[in-house]
Design a protein around this ligand. Sequence first.
Ligand SMILES: C[S@@+](CC[C@H](N)C(=O)[O-])C[C@H]1O[C@@H](n2cnc3c(N)ncnc32)[C@H](O)[C@@H]1O
Length: 196
Amino acid sequence: MTSRDRELWDAQAATFDDEPDHGLHDPQVRDAWRTLLLSVVPPVPTRIADLGCGTGTLALLLADEGHSVNGVDVSPEMVRRATAKAGSYPGTGFVVGDAAAPPFPSGRYGVVLCRHVLWALPSPAAALSRWVDLLTPDGRLVLVEGFWSTGTGLTADETVALVEGAGLTATLKPLTEQVYWGKRTDDERYLVLGRR
Ligand SMILES: C[S@@+](CC[C@H](N)C(=O)[O-])C[C@H]1O[C@@H](n2cnc3c(N)ncnc32)[C@H](O)[C@@H]1O
């Protein structure tokens, strides 16, 4: 991650939540993500790490349910916006840092969540190894990834192989329904759940 990358993400922060799946302003889209995440996250209260958290929308959706979430993002502007949106959820906060080496303690997280960031890291396998280290013994990895029509991203097969390579058992859930994205998509979009 270069300072140029950081500047590019900083520049996107102001309009980031305009995308339906980013801001979750549409109640139907928000409810779809809420239902999806609650189906893969353990009962309240769970300590969750959100890596590459952006403006914190998913983190705050989970905090709203009673979980405590530590978010990290390389973009100070994304973190500033996430912090402003958060108000005062107990145990929830956001810091600037590298998702590839999160500034969080090992073995303390019931869930490590990451949406649309793994594919862009220089070494996804090395990052996943570090992420698994953050988990409690019965913790879960929740990855939302995609392979986009632009030809970028990770295919579901690639992500499953990465998660299995990190020593977890992977379960794939395709996310092709329009309701998650607020629009029709031909991209390969999916969630992979990793468990020991
Ligand atoms: C596509 S956005 C996804 C944001 C959020 N996960 C979501 O789904 O709403 C990618 C985010 O990852 C952040 N990011 C990219 N590379 C990063 C890195 N190496 N470490 C931390 N954050 C990173 C960007 O600043 C941006 O906020």
